[in-house]
Design a binder for this molecule. Sequence first.
Ligand code: NI
Length: 173
Amino acid sequence: MTKRPILIHPDPRLKKVCAPVPDLSDELRTLADDMLETMYDAPGIGLAAPQVGVISRLIVLDCQKEEGATPRPMAMFNPEVVAASEELGSYEEGCLSIPDQYAEVTRPSEVSVRWIDRDGHEHQQDFGGLWATCVQHEIDHLNGKLFIDYLKPLRRQMITRKMQKLKRERARA
Ligand code: NI
């Protein structure tokens, strides 16, 4: 498995609507493995393909973050929210493409998600708690949407400026 560089906002590739994955291939399975490696290493609990510059509908996640918990790596191809609860919940969200910035985002507290796994099998499962937040956040990435898009424009601009500065500093280093 190979770690891949994570794109930092603002980047036009993070604003793209990603294309559905038509057929699974070894290349896509390798991409999923690389994304999991990249996510665990960061460390993070979710990562979407556009964050490593691949404009395809693939996300990975593992929200078992208590120490000692058995890892539960998931790779979802063409994930889709098929139902969402009316009940809403708020989480302090962050994003590996927007390092060290966190903000409260309100979303449905439970969602039912359908996806294709790495072996081509279709699944549908209900998610709650942190998993629900994370899977919605990652699916948003596939539609070119970031968690800061839920914030007020002023706050969003402030974060974007910080990220521009961070990118300039990293380019110089
Ligand atoms: Ni993110």
